[in-house]
Ligand binder design. Structure first.
Ligand SMILES: O=P(O)(O)OC[C@H]1O[C@H](O[C@H]2O[C@H](CO)[C@@H](O)[C@H](O)[C@H]2O)[C@H](O)[C@@H](O)[C@@H]1O
Length: 262
């Protein structure tokens, strides 16, 4: 049965027409896990701040990292500070802002130098959001995000502004889930995964990337290229992932079972 929203109906129809991917195997030789945060480890919420720590998530992250000798990292669009807030610093390895920040298992951190034009983008987003209730501007230093989950009628105008800014400034356009972002060029989730795989404790492992968003596709491709695979979380769609899981609970269940069988 259709909803009253043609966009949602079209997405549902596309999802129904696309076959579901099989669940990922549990018997894996030296798995190295790369996990997206929003939509994979945490259900989507109305605002970024509404996502808070969860005892089940924190416990399973710690347990699986211990079981896999540290071969677990979160690779997120959020900053590493945000990843640590939500995951209660459960993991030593993390990458933030689509690969622009990366913390290794030994605690050392790489930060991309922010493009100067990110400030210009943050200001333009604030100007745009000022008279539009529900819009949220996210300043991630190396990147600027404009969220329209709370103001869906402004989606097209927000995307057009971000496109214009990207064209004018050389920042990279990064579409997301009811958010549009312009970021400092140079990295994506795939480059972050590849960099982790070149170092201890990940080197020699089989990379498995779990993600739900378009930005995670770079991670799926990089995982395949390094002899592993991607796992799409959520409704089926065209993807480079080989396996699928239905939702956040499915991910946490799979991680708990993996911890027992790895
Ligand atoms: O790569 P991820 O870990 O999935 O991060 C992607 C973005 O997540 C956050 O925004 C998204 O989640 C919010 C809370 O559920 C939601 O309100 C928003 O609509 C989503 O786009 C975060 O704020 C962004 O910085 C991340 O890039």
């Amino acid at each position: 049965m259709g909803t009253s929203n043609p966009t949602i109906d079209a997405a549902n129809a596309a999802a129904d027409a696309t076959p579901r991917l099989p669940a990922p195997p549990l018997q894996l030789k030296r798995p190295a896990l790369f996990l997206d945060l929003d939509g994979v480890l945490a259900p989507l919420a109305e605002t970024p701040d509404a996502v808070v720590p969860d005892s089940r998530r924190t416990a399973v992250l710690k347990a699986v990292a211990e079981r896999l000798d540290g071969r677990v990292a979160i690779i997120s669009g959020r900053t590493i500070a945000e990843v640590d807030r939500i995951a209660e610093a459960a993991l030593a390895s993390a990458s933030g802002v689509h690969g622009l920040e990366r913390r290794r298992a030994d605690g050392s951190v790489d930060h991309a130098k922010p493009a100067k034009t990110v400030r210009q983008a943050v200001e333009a987003f604030h100007d745009f959001a000022r008279d539009r209730p529900g819009m949220i501007v996210e300043d991630k230093t190396v990147s600027a995000g404009l969220h329209f989950r709370g103001a869906p009628a402004e989606a097209e105008a927000a995307k057009a502004l971000a496109r214009r800014l990207a064209d004018d400034t050389g920042l990279v356009l990064q579409p997301g889930n009811l958010v549009v972002e312009v970021k400092t060029p140079g990295t994506d989730k795939g480059t972050a995964l590849t960099a982790f795989m070149a170092e201890a404790p990940f080197a020699g492992g089989v990379p498995v990337m779990l993600g739900d968003d378009l930005t995670d596709e770079d991670g799926f491709v990089a995982a395949e290229a390094a002899g592993g695979f991607g796992v799409l979380v959520g409704p089926p769609r065209e993807t480079a992932a080989r396996y699928g899981l239905p939702d956040v609970d499915g991910v946490l269940d799979w991680l708990e079972r993996l911890k027992e069988s790895a």
